[in-house]
Every structure is written in C-alpha cells, then in structure tokens.
Ligand binder design. Structure first.
Ligand SMILES: [Zn+2]
Length: 315
C-alpha cells in the first residue's frame, strides 16, 4: 500500500495524516490514520515530523511513503521549501529547510506551502469550493489569512507570498503586528475582537475574554459584545467587497474559529450587502468553509497527491 502524507503545522498544534495513494479512495478523502500533537518548540523538528509519518504509515500497514505535503504559517519559501520567519512559530522554526530535511529522512518528495494557500486548495478540492472555478478562502482566527485557488492551482505570486489580505489597510485603525496601522487583521481578527471588547470594559466572570466568548455573548444579545462583533464584521464585509472587485472569485469561503459563529457570518454578509456594489458584481457568494479545522491538512493532502500544482513565476 502506497501512502501520501499531509502535515498541518499550526501555532500551537500540528496535525499529521496519511492517506492511501489509491485514487478510488480520494473521493471520500478519509485519512487512514491521523495524529494531533503540540507543535515542536525545540530543535529536531524534522526528525519529530518524519517519525510521526513513519509511525502512521506502519499503523496503516503502508509500505512506501510516495509524497508529503506540508502546510505551515507564512512567510515561507515554497520553491526552496524553507520556513522563513513566521511570527506564529517559535524561533527554532525560523530559517528551517523543512523540505530538504524531511526528504532526507523519508526518501520521498516533499512540498511546503503556506497554510492559508493550502486551506484554499483543500476547500476547492474537497470542501465548499468543490466544482468552483476559483475560490477565495479567508481564515479569521487569531489573525486573518487568505489563499486564492484558480482552476485548481494556488496563486502564489512571484515569490509565493501572495494573498496576505489580512494586512490590507482598511481604515485609520489600531497598530497591527506587521507594523502598519489599520490592517484588516487589526480590526476584524479574533484577537482584535477580544481586545476591543476588553477596551470597552467587557469582562467574563470566569476565565479570559476570547473572541469565542464575545461571539457567544453577542448571539445572546449582550450589548457590548454585539457592537464589537458587528464592527469587526462590518470591516470584513467592506473588505470582502474590495477583494471580490480584485479577484472576482466564484465563491468566497470564510474559515477559522471566528467564522464558526453564525451571527458573525450573518453580520459579515449583511455588511457586504450593505456596501454599494457595482451592479456587475452583485450577488457574489460568501459561504462558510466546509472542512472546519481540516481545510489545511486536506490541502496538504492534495499537494502531496499532485506535487506540482504550484504556479510561481520562474526566474
Ligand atoms: Zn498588518
């Protein structure tokens, strides 16, 4: 049994899955085996990841690992397969030549890609973007990331960095982690929502203020959470209209933890509809991503399965 493996490296946890290479099983996209563990925070990262793949391959009674797809937080260099300096990963990841190190250990080709791009790819092949010519995937969680898939291919830009839509400036707003003021991420991400609620004096009786707590309180009609969530959704809705103007995607899919709130999704749609929109663009679709927290790993699976579908300008 030949195996393809998929890895989703997250800020706190990492998911590894193995699949049969057998095309009959691609349709139901069930992993043969999978594991979730804390993202390595010290040296020896490639050894840990390779060992997990080897373990899962044995569990699945697989013989050979044919290919591995890896999604990790950007910025990263997909051509060289090197993680650059992602703010969401510990310093031991910075500059890590993950592709080379995994290839050496597993003796199989490895492809590394930005996690948001793989989220878009996963959704376009297996999720709510299935059958659509182009998919704009936007993930709203701690930060805001995005990926664009056109006719089955990731749009990576000249160096693989395209799609940083969380850092598009949308207002004269608060300072963003990237150094600019008023980025979409600084106004509509999960951390922005929590911070804004705290600034307005909102508290929870037990635990800390999170975007999830804000969204839940908002859906129960509490005034401060509702206005905070509405403001964030209004910024995102405005921005989505601009993104639709830029890319004219077949569908916009919202993923990430914050988008799991029905109220948030509805408020974003309302905001986008409220914007005066050029008539030709009216009626564009905003849906929730369909694969939940497995969008990225499914993209990594597809990357492993196809191995050469990233289009970058050649130098
Ligand atoms: Zn920014």
């Amino acid at each position: 049994l030949d195996i393809v493996a998929a890895i989703d490296v997250g800020g706190t946890k990492t998911r590894v899955e193995v699949y049969s290479e057998d095309s009959d099983q691609v349709e139901d996209h069930q992993a043969l085996e999978s594991v979730v563990f804390p993202t390595p925070r010290s040296d020896g990262i490639a050894a840990v990841l390779a060992q997990q793949i080897t373990n899962l391959t044995q569990l699945a009674k697989g013989t050979k690992v044919k290919a591995v797809g890896v999604g990790a937080p950007g910025p990263l260099d997909p051509r060289k397969g090197v993680v650059l300096n992602p703010p969401n990963l510990p310093i031991c990841w910075h500059g890590l030549p993950l592709k080379d190190e995994l290839e050496k250990r597993l003796e199989a080709p490895v492809a590394l890609e930005n996690d948001c791009n793989l989220g878009a790819l996963g959704e376009s092949v297996f999720g709510n973007g299935k059958g659509r010519a182009s998919v704009l995937y936007i993930t709203v969680s701690t930060g805001i990331g995005a990926g664009l898939v056109i006719e089955g291919d990731i749009f990576g830009g000249a160096r693989g960095f395209a799609g940083e839509l969380g850092h598009v400036k949308v207002a004269d707003g608060p300072l963003c982690g990237c150094g600019r003021n008023g980025c979409l991420e600084a106004l509509a991400s999960g951390s922005a929502i929590a911070r804004r609620a705290i600034e307005r004096g909102w508290t929870v009786t037990d635990g800390t203020v999170t975007s999830k707590a804000v969204a839940e309180a908002a859906s129960q009609g509490e005034a401060i959470p509702k206005s905070v969530l509405s403001e964030a959704a209004a910024h995102l809705g405005d921005a989505l209209v601009s993104f639709v103007y830029a890319f004219d995607p077949s569908v916009v899919l919202l993923g990430g933890g914050v988008s799991q709130s029905d109220l948030f999704l509805e408020l974003v749609r309302e905001s986008a509809r409220r914007e005066p929109t050029m008539p030709a663009f009216e009626g564009f679709e905003i849906l929730r991503a369909g694969l939940g927290e497995r969008s990225v790993v499914h993209g990594a699976h597809e990357l492993a399965r196809t191995m050469n579908n990233i289009h970058l300008d050649s130098i």
